[in-house]
Structure formats: structure tokens, C-alpha cells
Design a protein around this ligand. Structure first.
Ligand code: SAH
Ligand code: SF4
Length: 364
């Protein structure tokens, strides 16, 4: 029974490992416990973010990623500004008032200026009412600041794994792929005033349950506002594929992810937690299940055209669907789980406001 552990005020690392070891029967108790916390904090609300994966051009070479620089078979694309803006406006009209712009990592001046222009334009065309989240990788402090001042208010940058040694095994060993640079980016984003999101991949080769417990503690100790974490899904054209024999079966990676989400909800009751697309890639109802007991955010993919070229991993769902069809079916599927989409609302992380208030109280 997990009851004794769940009753504790503070979960230790070994408590978390024990929860991650839960079998199907025990996990029911864990999920029920986190479900209560999820409903106490957010009721039946689910917030949508329309995500546009506007370019797969990337300067980096993460060993797990299907759009890493060295993969030559990927057709590289970069959606024109007018297509991005039109897509954003169409989403806005449908009630998707929170937008995520994601792409491979680029740091050249032209890119930085272009993103600033895009943010300003989308803000202007929606009278400031479109919430803009960025997920554009590691950038300089000033770049993050410029984009914040242009109107972006949230940033997603997964730490991927919180253990520097494991990080080294999953990335080329060079200056472009440095754990501490990535960590410093998270500090910069927080300092500038963004709502900051991070996350990890779950079920990677070489990753232990202790690693995953530490990942959760990292998120708690960093006092993060939002989390997106999902199963690692191997891609046959990446270097990490070589270690596929070390992987748990996909169904177990999914189960482990569900437990991670539940424990995170217990550790951080008022943060935004996204049910990621990778969950759906393993179980068609994976996102809805996760939303019913832990998550409160889902990010429908509204990328027009090129969806098939943004394969971070294999088996990515909905690459053929039109974006409108996705929203409609998502609304219905949520209702089956007693959940309700809050269209027209930003759904900011309540944690962001409480941590800022505490900071002001302690400094002022
Ligand atoms: N380039 C940016 C954003 C795009 S990548 C960045 O790296 O921050 C977005 C996320 O996709 C990454 O953070 C990583 O966690 C995830 N990802 C990449 N390859 C994956 C894989 N094989 N399985 C699951 N998630 C993957
Ligand atoms: Fe590029 Fe992001 Fe993929 Fe790494 S995970 S190769 S930074 S798109």
C-alpha cells in the first residue's frame, strides 16, 4: 500500500522512487490521490494552447531527436511569416487564445529579429489578447528579454534530464550541448519574468528511477511554473537508436510517465502540467487519461502543411488531420472524461503568481 507515503507532508527521494515502482493496483491509489489535487486546484478545466511547429531547421544535434542537424533525409522547412500569422489568427477566432511557437534552435540575428516582429504583429492584430509562449531553445539573456518585451509571456525549455552526467550521454560533447548553459537559460527566463516551463523525457536509455525522482525534485526545487514531460520515443535515424535494446516497452514507458505526472501534481499542486502529444502517440486516449488525474493543459497541433516533416520521434499522431478536426474531436474526448475545455481563456499558471507574490513579500 502507498497510503503511508501519500500521507506524508514532504516526499523524499526514496518515497518518490517507491511511488514510481507502483504496480497497476497500487498506481490506482496514486492516481486517485493526484486526481483529487488536480480537481481541487483546477476543477474540470482544461486549457488549450495551439502549437505551431513552424520550422524544423536546427543547429543542434541532440542524439535522440528526429530533426537533429545531421539527419539528411529530413526535408527542412520554415513557414513564411504570413502563414504563421494567418494560422494564429484563425486559431484565435476559434477560441485558442494561447499560442505556442516552437521550432528547431537558431540563434542568428535574422531569426531573432523575425521572432520579435512576429510576436509584435500577432499581439497587435489581436489587440494584445493572444497569449504567446515560445519554445525556441537556448538563447542569450538579451534575446529572451527582447522577446519578452515584445509580448511573449511564457517560455518552454525542457532540461531533458536533470542529471549532468546523463545529459552528457544523450548529447554530443561540445559547447553547443552543455547542461549548465541550458540550466542558466532557465535562470535567465525566470529572472526576466517569464512563466517558465521545463520538462524531461521519460524512459530514456541509461535513465534510472532515481534519475526520474531527481528530475521531479529538480522541478520542485527550481520552483517551476509549468511542465511538459512525456515518454521518450526512439527514432531509427538517430544515434540513440543503437541503445533501443535497453528500453522498456512503450506501454511501460507510458505507465511510468503517468506515474511521473501524478507525483508531480502531488509535489506541485498549482502548476500547469501539459499532457504531451507523445502520450497520444502510444495510447490514442493517453492525453485525455493524463488530463483526468494530473494535467490541466493540452497543446493541439495547429501547424499547417509540413506536419509530416516535424517528426521528433516516430509514430507522431494527427499528421494528416486538419487542425479544426483535431479541436472538435478533442473537445468531445475531454467530455468523456468529465473535463471541459476553457476556450477563450489564457489559463496562466497560478503558481507563477503565488511565487511572484512571495518574492515581493520577502524582498519588500
Ligand atoms: N528545439 C527546441 C524545441 C523543439 S524540440 C528545444 O530543443 O528546446 C522539443 C522537445 O522535443 C525537446 O525538448 C525534447 O524533449 C522532445 N523530443 C525530442 N526528441 C524526442 C524523442 N525522440 N522522443 C520524445 N521527445 C523528444
Ligand atoms: Fe534541435 Fe530541439 Fe531536436 Fe535538440 S531537441 S535537435 S535542439 S529540435
Amino acid at each position: 500500500m502507498l497510503t503511508e507515503i501519500l500521507k506524508k507532508q514532504q516526499l523524499s527521494r526514496s518515497d518518490i522512487v517507491r511511488l514510481l515502482q507502483a504496480d497497476k493496483e497500487e498506481a490506482r491509489e496514486l492516481f486517485e490521490f493526484s486526481r483529487k489535487i488536480r480537481f481541487e486546484n483546477f476543477g474540470n478545466a482544461v486549457y488549450y494552447r495551439g502549437i505551431i511547429e513552424f520550422s524544423n531547421i536546427c543547429r543542434k544535434n541532440c542524439l535522440y531527436c528526429g530533426i537533429r542537424r545531421d539527419i539528411k533525409s529530413v526535408e527542412r522547412f520554415d513557414l513564411p511569416d504570413n502563414v504563421i500569422i494567418d494560422t494564429a489568427l484563425r486559431a484565435f477566432d476559434q477560441g485558442l487564445v494561447s499560442l505556442v511557437l516552437q521550432s528547431g534552435e537558431r540563434t542568428d540575428k535574422a531569426f531573432v529579429r523575425r521572432i520579435e516582429r512576429l510576436i509584435r504583429k500577432i499581439k497587435q492584430l489581436t489587440a494584445g489578447k493572444m497569449g504567446i509562449t515560445l519554445s525556441l531553445g537556448e538563447q542569450d539573456y538579451d534575446v529572451y528579454k527582447t522577446w519578452f518585451e515584445a509580448g511573449a509571456h511564457r517560455y518552454l525549455l525542457r532540461i531533458e534530464v536533470s542529471d549532468p552526467e546523463l545529459y552528457k550521454k544523450l548529447h554530443p560533447n561540445d559547447k553547443l550541448h552543455d547542461y549548465y548553459t541550458r540550466l542558466n537559460c532557465l535562470y535567465a527566463l525566470k529572472d526576466i519574468g517569464y512563466q517558465v516551463g521545463t520538462g524531461v523525457m521519460i524512459g530514456l536509455p541509461f535513465q534510472t528511477l532515481e534519475n526520474l525522482a531527481n528530475d521531479l525534485l529538480f522541478m520542485r526545487d527550481f520552483d517551476i511554473d509549468m511542465v511538459g514531460m512525456g515518454p521518450y520515443i526512439e527514432h531509427s535515424e538517430t544515434p540513440l537508436y543503437e541503445y533501443s535494446h535497453l528500453l522498456r516497452p512503450l506501454s511501460e514507458r507510458l505507465f511510468l510517465t503517468m506515474k511521473m505526472l501524478a507525483i508531480l501534481r502531488i509535489l506541485m499542486p498549482d502548476i500547469n502540467i501539459a499532457a504531451t502529444t507523445a502520450l497520444q502517440a502510444i495510447d490514442p486516449m493517453g492525453r485525455e487519461k493524463a488530463l483526468s488525474f494530473a494535467c490541466n493543459v493540452v497543446m493541439p497541433n495547429i501547424t499547417p502543411d509540413h506536419r509530416k516533416d516535424y517528426f521528433l520521434y516516430e509514430g507522431k499522431p494527427c499528421v494528416e488531420d486538419g487542425e479544426d478536426a483535431c479541436i472538435e474531436c478533442l473537445n468531445k474526448r475531454l467530455e468523456m472524461y468529465g473535463l471541459k475545455a476553457r476556450l477563450g481563456q489564457w489559463g496562466d499558471s497560478p503558481h507563477y503568481f503565488s511565487r511572484r507574490k512571495t518574492a515581493i513579500q520577502t524582498t519588500g
